[in-house]
Design a binder for this molecule. Structure first.
Ligand code: AMP
Ligand code: MG
Length: 701
């Protein structure tokens, strides 16, 4: 995470007041924290933004946070200019010189006149050019053709920054000359106002809580253009994307960018690191695709134990979905994509937990006593102004901020009062009935960790700690294909020799329950060419493909044949009952789980293998269902060699199992409310024997 808690990006303008309605080519700022950018903010003129920045710096300093302020105009001029004008090579001498001479108001400023005056010291034909006013200004050429520059045309850094404008050009689209003249005085005043708290890069070491840094959004122009194409105001996109990128950079990467020598002229942060900045600026980060041989098993592997199969899945799959930022309301059931840090403490201020009277603990004696009440009260959202005088009490209502001086609250039920004073008995515990600021959550703490699935309670927490958006992964898309010539669509007329497709509705619904996006690809016939097309379409439309049927090695088992053909197949003979071989492969870069056709085996394999795999792909990390240990309500002699899953449910503290273990018995799946898991080894079960039970809800079903 960044070395700075807060990043502010500033897009400057040399013009006059631009009115109340946000527009382009004006002043914009954007704040980002922990990699998440707020909405960009429009400022109609420089007075407004100067006040905004001062308030922001004050708040950030008070909160003990480090702030990075990125500014999009040059902090220095080509070598020699500072000495020639302000008498010193120190860039701050020039800053002070300009601040003393620039006159600025929302309606007018003197930048062209001052540039003309400076030019006259050097013969009146440079270094500045581009008079943008109707009237002529002595010494300031309108165009570059008559221009003579006694200094370099560009700073060293600008020789390397493609497309950067020079700081001498005062008018014309994209020119920055006016911005420097109108911006440096504002920065100079901020520096003075927060003396000792601000360091300016690259002239000073950034060892203060606030850093002022020259940052040029031109470096990430391609991503800005993408945002513009979506209709965002260019300046807004520039500050938003740059703030986000800088806030996302790891501390050591930012340090690498800061490590330059730009002593007199200044430098542009990030020059030479454009790709890295653009990658960090992008809304969606798409992880690399899975490799084709991802599921290959070591040769000669025979019946693979369930735990080994799970370990293989765990070690081969990783997050494949990109991330995005969603408002709280839209983030429910999504997976958190990056640790979320609280913006403010909860509670933000010490407050009272009860209705009662606030007082100073030092004023309380043991035994009966009276205390005068001060005028006024502190209610939630309506704090008491001022400090509680010694020896007094003040009326406080639940949730109200504690007035200055109050450290302890007595419950209203424990006092008598006539409205002028209260009477009660001491002693009272110091801090009784109060809540400390941050006693629940401290600002800057990780409140929602990466991989967590967002619950309604998480939304309460996120709102309470001042968050507006959450970084979440896009929903994993899971395609479902049924295979088999014998299948008919549910609800249609079926021939006597057909069966209804039971797996598809079950799997689509299960995917939805898991919190992922089901993609219904329909039924594929037992025909290789046709199935190939189904897989192609599924791979295009989803992140993971679940098929059922056709996964063994028989004549009509086209799925395993196709996956074999593509060289991306591993037929996993897993030591599990029910569940014939599970086919795992990669098709078009997407993992395929070839589930058994039998609905019971299909559901068991989905819950045991596909569910944790989906979690990995979706960004949840590896999560195993939580099991219960409960006494058996049945008897069974289990043979060694395979792990077994029985359709089961809890009744009166015991787990009962479905009468038949036949894997075609769909009624048993529906009867059951979970699965009993019997170990790979032999086991003799009689009523009362503790067994492992997973309610369906443990899988998220
Ligand atoms: P298979 O794996 O294709 O040999 O199928 C195994 C058994 O599951 C056969 O009895 C199939 O008819 C049955 N089956 C396959 N797919 C489905 C499905 N979608 N719904 C219900 N039963 C199915
Ligand atoms: Mg079949």
């Amino acid at each position: 995470m960044s070395a700075f808690d807060t990043v502010v990006m500033l897009d400057w303008s040399a013009g006059n007041d631009r009115g109340a309605v946000p527009k382009r080519d004006a002043i914009w700022t954007c704040v980002a924290r922990a990699g998440i950018a707020d909405a960009p903010k429009y400022h109609r003129n420089r007075d407004v933004v100067a006040a905004y920045l001062a308030a922001l710096i004050r708040d950030e300093l008070a909160a003990g946070r480090r702030v990075f302020i990125g500014v999009d105009f040059p902090f220095g001029y080509p070598k020699g200019f500072a000495r020639a004008v302000a008498g010193s090579d120190d860039p701050f001498a020039l800053w002070d010189w300009l601040e003393a001479r620039i006159e600025d108001s929302p309606k007018a400023n003197n930048r062209f006149d001052l540039a003309g005056e400076i030019n006259q010291r050097f013969g009146g034909r440079g270094p500045f050019w581009g008079n943008g006013l109707k009237r002529n200004i002595q010494g300031l050429p309108r165009r570059k053709d008559l221009y003579v520059n006694p200094f370099s045309d560009r700073r060293v850094v600008e020789e390397q920054a493609k497309g950067a404008f020079t700081c001498w050009q005062l008018s014309g689209a994209g020119s920055v000359g006016g911005q420097v003249l109108m911006g440096v005085p504002v920065l100079t005043r901020l520096r003075r106002q927060f003396l000792g708290h601000i360091a300016v890069w690259p002239f000073e070491t950034l060892d203060k809580p606030v850093a002022l840094v020259e940052v040029w959004p031109g470096l990430i122009n391609p991503v800005v253009k993408e945002a513009e194409a979506q209709g965002e105001v260019r300046d807004a996109a520039q500050v938003r994307l740059m703030a986000r990128a800088l806030s996302r950079l790891k501390a050591e990467r930012l340090q690498a960018m800061l490590d330059v020598d730009g002593s007199e002229e200044g430098w542009i942060l990030g020059l030479g690191f454009e790709d890295e900045l653009m990658a960090a600026a992008k809304t969606t980060l798409t992880p690399p695709p899975l490799k084709d041989d991802c599921f290959a098993l070591p040769p000669g592997a025979h019946w693979t134990p369930v735990d080994e199969a799970l370990e293989s899945i765990r070690s081969r799959l990783y997050t494949v979905v990109p991330s995005e930022e969603l408002t709280l309301g839209a983030a429910l059931d999504r997976v958190i994509a990056a640790d979320v840090v609280s913006r403010r403490s909860n509670p933000p201020l010490p407050n009272t937990a009860v209705d009662g009277y606030g007082l100073r603990h030092a004023d309380i004696v043991d035994g009966a006593q009276e205390m005068p009440l001060v005028q006024g009260r502190s209610a939630a959202g309506e704090p008491f102004e001022g400090t509680l005088p010694e020896g007094h009490a003040v009326r406080v209502l639940t949730g109200a901020a504690l007035p200055d001086g109050v450290d302890t609250v007595i419950l209203q039920e424990d006092v008598t009062t006539d409205g002028e004073a209260i009477a009660f008995r001491g002693p009272l515990r110091f801090g009784a009935n109060t809540r400390k600021a941050g006693e629940d959550v401290l600002a800057g703490e990780v409140t929602l960790a990466e991989g967590r699935c967002v619950t309604p309670a998480d939304l309460a927490l996120a709102a309470a700690v001042g968050l507006e958006k959450l970084p979440v992964y896009k929903r994993l898309k899971v395609a479902v294909v049924s295979t088999g010539d014998e299948l008919a669509e549910a609800g249609t007329e079926a021939r006597a020799d057909q069966i209804y497709d039971a797996n598809r509705p079950m799997l689509l619904a299960a995917i939805k329950r898991f919190g992922f996006e089901p993609v219904d690809m329909g039924r594929a016939p037992d025909d290789r060419a046709a199935l190939r097309e189904f897989l192609d379409r599924a791979a295009e439309n989803a992140d993971l493909i679940l098929t059922s049927g056709g996964a063994s090695a028989g004549d009509e088992d086209h799925l395993s044949a196709l996956l074999n053909e593509s060289g991306a197949m591993a037929l996993w003979r897993i030591a599990i009952k029910p569940g014939r071989p599970l086919a795992l492969g990669i098709w078009g870069g997407k993992p395929v789980f070839g589930l058994p056709g039998n609905p019971v085996a299909a559901l068991v394999c989905t819950l045991i293998f596909a569910r944790p795999a989906m979690g990995l792909l979706a960004g949840e990390g590896w999560q195993m269902p939580q099991a219960l240990t409960v006494p058996a309500g049945f008897s069974k002699r289990k043979k060694p060699g395979r792990r077994e899953y029985l359709r089961a449910r809890l009744r009166e503290g015991q787990v009962e199992v479905f009468a038949s273990e036949g894997s075609g018995r769909i009624s048993g799946l529906s009867w059951a409310e979970g699965l009993v898991e019997l170990p790979d080894e032999a086991m003799d079960i009689t009523p009362g024997t503790p067994v492992t039970y997973y309610p369906y809800t443990a899988f998220g079903l």
